[in-house]
Design a protein around this ligand. Structure first.
Ligand code: ATP
Length: 249
């Protein structure tokens, strides 16, 4: 039996996952992520990037295979233990901003800190610091609907980073942004995680985004492949129209 290497924060071996309706998700994916590393998971739409991040972060149990976090098996944990692990050690950024509409921006950002047990005053101070870093400090008292989409996504990034997660799972975190915004937000995000030694697993279809990571693993049809060549994201097409890829496994 293989054992996770000591210096891998996250380690997955021969992961298999099938969706509830029987659709194949992952077929035998193995990888390791070192402490403080920014690992890009690239591949075209439907290649299994989100599914892989969900399995690695314990959101869904794997059908077969192993996931280890800091030498602790995640694949054998029950739902409540996985939930606690996610709450206390992991951060997550979705491709589109999801915020609680009834709470203002700083309250949204402070929420994960308070769920971890931080007092309101400390949680607010930390939330405000992160909102400043992400250039949305001025919107701290606004409600999410008063912000532009790009600003809401910055709030989601601040919310994910505020509790200082050990591992940040970022699923196409800059997908809803325009090109100029995308580059700026991505650089801010990566500078922040590097400064705080956060390990990042970053799903992306964009070669420019993947190029900012320390290392890239590529997926195609739920399997790891050596390289997937994708055209750069065009300013006008956004995330659409990029199905073409060539494979060299
Ligand atoms: N909840 C679901 N039920 C059934 N099939 C699903 C589900 N979620 C994803 N799939 C399928 O699993 C495969 C992998 O999807 P996944 O979302 O992981 O890929 P992805 O690389 O993240 O794609 P995208 O870039 O479009 O988000 C696809 O064929 C997709 O249609």
């Amino acid at each position: 039996m293989e054992v996770p290497p000591d210096n891998d924060v996250l380690w997955a071996h021969a992961l298999h996952f099938r969706h509830g309706d029987g659709s194949p998700g992952l077929s035998g994916v193995s990888l390791g992520v070192r402490e403080g590393e920014i690992l890009a998971v690239s591949g075209p739409r439907g290649s299994g990037k989100t599914t892989l991040l969900r399995c690695l972060s314990g959101q869904v149990p794997v059908a077969r295979g192993e996931v280890w976090f800091n030498s602790v098996p995640v694949h054998t944990m029950g739902p409540l233990t996985r939930e606690r692990l996610r709450r206390d050690r992991f951060g997550w950024i979705d491709p589109a901003p999801v915020l609680v509409p009834e709470l203002n921006v700083w309250e949204n950002t402070a929420l994960p800190l308070m769920l971890r047990g931080a007092g309101r005053r400390r949680a607010k101070a930390t939330a405000l610091e992160w909102l400043e870093r992400l250039d949305v400090g001025g919107a701290a008292r606004s409600r999410p609907h008063e912000l532009r989409q790009a600003e809401r996504q910055r709030v989601c990034i601040a919310r994910a980073l505020a509790p200082a997660p050990s591992v940040l799972f970022a699923d196409e975190p800059t997908a809803p942004l325009h090109r100029a915004d995308r580059r700026h937000v991505l650089r801010t995000l990566l500078a922040a995680v590097r400064a705080h030694g956060v390990t990042v697993v970053l799903a992306t279809q964009d070669p420019e985004t993947a190029a900012l990571a320390d290392r890239t693993v590529s997926l195609l049809d739920g399997r790891r492949v050596k390289t997937v060549h994708l055209p750069p994201v065009s300013e006008t097409t956004g995330t659409e129209g990029r199905a073409a890829c060539s494979l060299s496994a």
